[in-house]
Design a protein around this ligand. Sequence first.
Ligand code: ADP
Ligand code: MG
Length: 938
Amino acid sequence: MATGGGWAPARSVERHGAPRGGGGTRSKSVAPCPRRPSPSPARSRPAPDNGGSADSCRVRVAIRLRPKNSEDLAYGSDFDSCVELQPESKRLKLKKNNWICESYKFDEVFSENASQKRVYEVVAKPVVESVLEGYNGTVMAYGQTGTGKTYTVGRLGKDDPSERGIMVRALEHILSSMSFETDRVAISYLQLYLESVQDLLDPEKTNIPIVEDAKTGEISLPGASIVEIKDLEHVFHLLQIGEANRHAANTKMNTESSRSHAILIIHLQRSSRIKEENSSLSNDTHDIFPDDLPLVLKSKLLIVDLAGSERIDKSGSEGHMIEEAKFINLSLTSLGKCINALAENSPHIPTRDSKLTRILRDSFGGTARTSLVVTIGPSSRHYSETSSTIMFGQRAMKVVNTIKLKEEVDYETLYKKVEREVDQLTSEMERQQKLMKNEKMQLDKKLKESEGSFHDLRMTSNIRIENLEKEKCQLESAVKTLMRDLEEERGQNNLLSEQIAELEKLVNENKQQQLENLSRMKIFTDTTKEHEKEMEELLRQLQEERRCSSSLKDRMSVLQQELCDAQSSTQLQESMAHELEKKLTKVTEEFTSQVQSLKEKISELISEKEVIYEELKSTQEKVQQEMLHRQGLEDQILRLKWSTSDICAEESKTSYGMVRSGSGLGNAAFVSKSGKIREALSGQRGTISKIFEEVGLPNVLALLKSEDLDVQIHAVKVVANLAAEDINQERIVEEGGLDALLSLLETSENTTIHRVTAGAVANLAMNGSNQGVIMNKGGARLLANVASKTEDPQTLRLVAEKLHLMLKRDGGIKALLGMVRSGHAEVIAQIARGIANFAKCESRVISQGHRKGRSLLIEDGVLTWMVANSTRFSHSTTRHIELAFCHLAQNEDNTCDIIASGGIKELLRISRESPRDDARNLAKMALDSNPAFLREVQ
Ligand code: ADP
Ligand code: MG
């Protein structure tokens, strides 16, 4: 913003610790006011970006010129304007007369047209922002009565927001910037009148003392109400109360102006957390508090509407009003003195001289960011007041403050947090203790168990050790005996050696005697030889004994080694024995449970076995009976086979026509052509009749149920042939032959059987009373079965006629369509299938010339339903509908109805799109063969 440019950037300069002098004014970087250290843990922090030293911040001063009022205008040109503003250079020229003119530079110069908004933004907004950041701040209006101090600072502008003064705007700004969850804002509204502090929110409270904290030097006013603000409405309400209570003495100059100083104190408390690494908390404090220590930034904003700065004599006051003016002036004079002292860097600042200077102690030369708006009137009548006001502003510009941030530990939040943590730790500790107790109990149990097993182990190992000791003793005694034997052997050896020596001596003597007695020489020689032999034997025995003794020694050492090994293996065996014991107990348990379950199973199996045994017995009896029965049947079959073999040979030549020809309704041409065959047939029939009489019809019919396919086929053929004879037809039905044939048709999978059985049924159907019986036996289902399994036109005609009649008579078609309402996919699929079958039968009957006229389906509305729903349902349903439709299209009598129901389109679609070849072909055939359709298509 161009207008605010001169002031706002100054802030950033201040933050870097390079205060900038305005209008040639000298500034100082060190605050003249002595600072007291802050007690821990509350701490003061210098403004950021300042390399650790407090931020010097000069008092900012703006001048605001009030527009001419009626009084000024009334004096007219006699008292012309004594001020001239040069906003572009932020200068003001004060003209004493035509010759003397002085120029002053301010931080901002507001002309009479300046808006309240701009004044707020330039003068107060930077201070409010600073307060929001945690610094103290002061905004103050100074000037002669009637020049617009109250207008600038205290105007409420409740209805017209553009009129709002600094107090309202500052509170508005704070309310919109803070968080109601963590921050709090409260106000006190006071007036200082006749050196007495009065609470404007509670006027009963007067003479409120000003207290200075001995440690921090902080000023407070205990007793003054501090009301927490919630919203702007509340602000208006409180300020209105304050305004109403403000004592305003009328002066000659302006009846609206006041002689009291009005002071609005905004207390702001915002939460903050230490997270920066270069936090200024001491190491000690860090040891006590966690890193994210809850802190509160407490800051205060003072907005002061000072009393008029004019000299007392001019106010025209009288009596006690003079006293009053003195007091008013005492505070103002004192403020002037302090500012002079500060501006001149004087060592003594007389802040204690008045209550105003005590309250504003922090605003001038203190730690607050301070802005001053100096209001002046234009009229030269008040030249001297205007001049002294301007000089006050000039001096104030020289005052430098050292702004500091004040943070305090939020003990309440911290306490709650710590308390929560302690609770959590306590419960965790209790949980751990419980766990430990449980663990200890388990360990004790285990210990007891191991002690028991250890005791057992010791017992068994003791027994083993005793055994081994005994073994050892035995071995030792064996060794001793061996040693003794050895000793004895040695003694004998010695004895033998002595004997040898003696013998040698004797030999020598003998030799001497030899010389003497040659005759005895021979004897001697012999004796000598014998002795030598004996000696040799003795020597050999000695060597033997020696070898024996060394082997005994070896054995002893081996035994000793074995003893050692046995001792170590004893230990090993002990541990193994322990493990084996464990395994044995486990295996025993498992074995016992298995044995138990096996026992149960065995008892179950025994009972089952008994039941099966019973069943087996009865089955065996049955089988016996069956075998006997079968034996009889087989005998009959043999006979039958033997007699039918001739017939079969003939039949293979005449094929199926032979059977049919007997009915008199078959192929007439064939009949006329084969007179020979007829003869042959009558011959065969004679044979068959013979068999029939011989075997008996019940037995032939029983063979229809034979398990041997060959027998079945032969039996069916016999029955078919019998059925061709009028005289047999009723009897076969009476004897249950029709039932047997129908069930064969249903159950058999063999095509020959199907073909011959269908023929047999058709033969039986020749008889009028049989037709009724056939219908009663199985109704439509069996008819449909016959139809699907035979190609014989006669049978098909019969079936089709019966089916048609049945369906029509019973209202079946309508009922079928009615069931569509169920909407169930499977039901609809069945209906479609039924309709398709019906249409197919109908189409066959009509094509064979057995029936004429339009389809029964059309009469009952099926055609319309098919056209409307051809593709609405599942694939299989669609397929059936398409087929039914194609069959209907084959009948020329249906042409008009198909065209009328819009079926041509459907026919075309089927001929092109149907996935079924037969449907497509049928549709194409219908379209190509029917000229009416061809016309429609074109
Ligand atoms: P002080 O509080 O200094 O005695 P006031 O604020 O009461 O003066 O102003 C005196 C009169 O002048 C009031 O009627 C006020 O509305 C009017 N006034 C003051 N300054 C302006 C201004 N800038 N624009 C319009 N009117 C003003
Ligand atoms: Mg006023």
